[in-house]
Design a protein around this ligand. Sequence first.
Ligand code: XMP
Length: 182
Amino acid sequence: MEGDIERVLISEQQLAQRVDEMARDIAACYPEMDPGLVMVPILSGSIIFLADLIRLLPMKMKLGMITVSSYSGAVTESQGASLKMDLNIDIRGQHVLIIDDILDTGGTLRLVRERLRLHEPKSIRTAVLLRKPSKAPKDVVADFVGFEIADEFVVGYGLDYDGHYRNYPNIAVLKADRYTTG
Ligand code: XMP
C-alpha cells in the first residue's frame, strides 16, 4: 500500500490533533444536553473519523447510519449522490450531527440533509473532516470543518479509491498511474 502513495497531505498526528480540537468545539456546542445527540455518519468514508471523534465526546449519544454513494468503481469524479441505505434510527425531535469525510461538490450533504429533515429533528448540524473550498457550493455549509484541502483526489483515514486505502492512516494522494489502473 505504501508503494502506491505519491505524497502524504495530512499526517496521522495532524489528524489526531485536529479531531481532538473538533471534539472540543462540538462538545461546547451541545452543553448538558438531555437525552443527548444522535450522530449520523454517512457511510462508508466517515467511519474512521467517526470512531476517533465520538470517543472524544463526553455526552450521551445514539448512533444512526445512512449510506450514500457518489463514486462507483475506479473513478475520481462524482457521478451524483444517490441514497443506498436509508436512516436506521428515529431522530424526530432530536439534535442530529451528520458526520462526513469530505465536503466536495456538496451533493452528498444536500441529499442527506433533505432526507433527515423529513423526520423532523430538533436541529441538524454537520461535521466534515475535509473540505474542498474550490468546489463546495454556497448553499451547503458545514458547521465543523477539520481541514481545507486543494481540489485533488485523496485517500486514507476512511477515504477510498475503488474500495482500497481506507485503512491507510494518513490522508494522501496516490501515484498518478494508480488512479488509472485501479
Ligand atoms: P460531494 O461531491 O457529494 O462528495 O460533496 C462527497 C463524497 O464524495 C466522496 N469524495 C471523495 N472520496 N477522495 C475520496 O476518497 C476524495 O478526494 C473525494 N472527494 C469526494 C466521499 O465519499 C464524500 O463523502
